[in-house]
Ligand binder design. Structure first.
Ligand code: HEC
Ligand code: HEC
Ligand code: HEC
Ligand code: HEC
Ligand code: HEC
Length: 299
């Protein structure tokens, strides 16, 4: 199955092999070209993290081919090992065949196993009781969606084939119900919608910012933010993380309003933050590489 840095014979030119796949599978290639798999070696957030921590271990997943520009390419997933290069292209259960190349059919390629070696891992020398760098596969096994493979959500059928855009699906993935509990407190209930693992998942530093602004005449009187994620407990390098992410069940986030006039409009936002560096002391110090608005509203 695909995974970090597959062994290749010296004659294997990943860029040329990949271009050949793209040349025949035009539609799928177009989708893949917009995906983060294609960008894995160029992603500026990754490159800045790599500059801080230049380990070959990182390149094994983000730049698994000798020709780095391929990123996580067609060949990385479909031609994972030396053996497959002679036997043909790895495929799951979905295709119809009639291919002008050999097809190595393996039912596991239609399951989580096709994603597991890159989407669940520990840092080198990491102790068992430390939080994993990523744990999307085990989160999935604990979720209500465990019977549905990663592909069912991240590779939906479009025009008769499985999409290769690998969308992150973040927008709208959480619903919010906001209500005033009394004059002093507001509760935001966050309910995940069909997320097959924790929200947020993936990179250890991902977090969700839940923000409530009290606004009068267009002016923000007060802004409060609560973060949900894996919080570092301070044991180097990554202590047993205090984990308050969402998994299937709703979470209530309570905000206190003391001193805020009743006529203020309360505006909330739920934002996924791609944290580049968690900061030294305080969650407010984190360096944010990018954000995606999940949902917003007011009361
Ligand atoms: C991250 C891994 C990954 C990458 C990168 C990837 N694929 Fe796939 N591809 C898969 C998986 C997994 C399936 C099978 C889905 C299933 O059977 O449920 C698949 C299915 C296919 C199929 C059968 C489509 C269908 O649904 O009938 C073709 C053809 C294909 N890929 C070609 C390509 C080409 C060409 C590229 C590069 C442009 C590429 N793939 C990149 C993982 C990948
Ligand atoms: C000369 C054109 C050509 C090249 C080059 C080519 N393919 Fe295909 N491939 C096809 C055709 C035609 C089919 C059958 C119709 C279909 O499934 O799209 C096919 C089928 C497939 C399937 C589905 C097999 C099945 O029955 O489930 C996969 C996966 C696949 N190709 C991946 C790749 C990958 C990865 C590469 C590059 C290493 C590649 N192909 C190179 C033309 C090509
Ligand atoms: C060879 C390793 C590898 C394999 C195999 C792999 N991935 Fe990935 N995937 C990555 C890397 C690396 C990234 C992150 C790229 C970045 O953001 O820098 C990624 C990103 C993603 C993203 C996008 C996340 C975002 O923030 O936009 C999704 C969704 C995803 N993968 C799903 C899958 C699924 C589903 C499978 C199995 C069919 C799979 N991946 C197989 C390495 C892999
Ligand atoms: C039931 C549908 C569903 C299934 C099954 C599922 N996902 Fe997701 N996935 C989502 C949704 C919705 C999001 C957006 C919310 C989030 O980030 O958690 C997402 C987000 C992601 C992200 C992007 C995280 C980010 O912060 O950008 C990755 C990577 C990912 N999934 C990988 C996987 C892998 C690997 C599997 C299989 C083990 C999988 N997913 C199974 C629905 C699903
Ligand atoms: C075993 C595979 C694997 C290894 C090794 C790995 N990564 Fe990743 N990395 C991934 C996957 C998969 C994702 C996408 C998950 C997500 O979207 O949260 C990712 C995402 C990231 C992101 C987030 C990118 C973004 O756009 O937000 C950064 C930064 C990153 N990795 C840096 C590194 C660094 C630095 C190393 C080495 C110290 C490393 N990775 C090692 C698989 C790996």
């Amino acid at each position: 199955m695909p995974g970090p840095k597959p062994p290749r014979p010296s004659t294997f030119v990943a860029a040329a092999e990949n271009a050949a796949c793209e040349g025949c599978h035009v539609e799928i290639a177009r989708e893949w070209q917009t995906s983060m798999h294609r960008e894995a070696a160029h992603d500026p957030i990754y490159l800045r993290a790599l500059a801080r921590e230049p380990l070959t271990f990182c390149r094994d997943c983000h730049e698994p081919e000798v020709d780095r520009e391929v990123g996580v390419g067609c060949v990385t997933c479909h031609v994972p090992t030396e053996a497959n290069e002679t036997k043909g292209v790895l495929a799951g259960t979905s295709g119809g065949s009639g291919a002008p190349h050999a097809v190595l059919r393996d039912a596991r390629f239609s399951t989580d196993v096709a994603c597991a070696r890159c989407h669940e891992f520990r840092f080198p020398k990491q102790r068992d009781d430390w939080a994993r760098m990523q744990s999307t596969i085990s989160e999935h096994l604990r979720s209500r969606a465990k019977e549905r493979p990663c592909q069912s959500c991240h590779m939906p059928l479009v025009a008769g084939h499985r999409s290769h855009r690998f969308d992150a699906l973040v927008e709208g993935s959480v619903a919010v119900t906001a209500r005033r509990l009394d004059d002093e407190r507001v509760s935001l209930t966050l309910t995940p919608r069909d997320v097959g693992h924790a929200f947020p998942t993936g990179d250890l530093f991902r977090r969700v910012a839940v923000t409530l602004d009290a606004v009068i005449d267009g002016r923000v009187l007060r802004s409060s933010t609560r973060w949900l994620g894996r919080h570092d407990t301070g044991n180097e390098p990554f202590g047993i993380a205090d984990d308050d992410r969402l998994l299937d069940a709703p979470i209530d986030v309570i905000f206190h309003l003391s001193g805020v006039p009743r006529r203020a409009t309360l505006v909330y936002r739920v934002v996924l933050e791609r944290v580049e560096h968690p900061g030294e002391h305080d969650e407010h110090d984190a360096v944010i590489g990018g954000t995606t608005l999940v949902t917003s509203g007011h009361l």
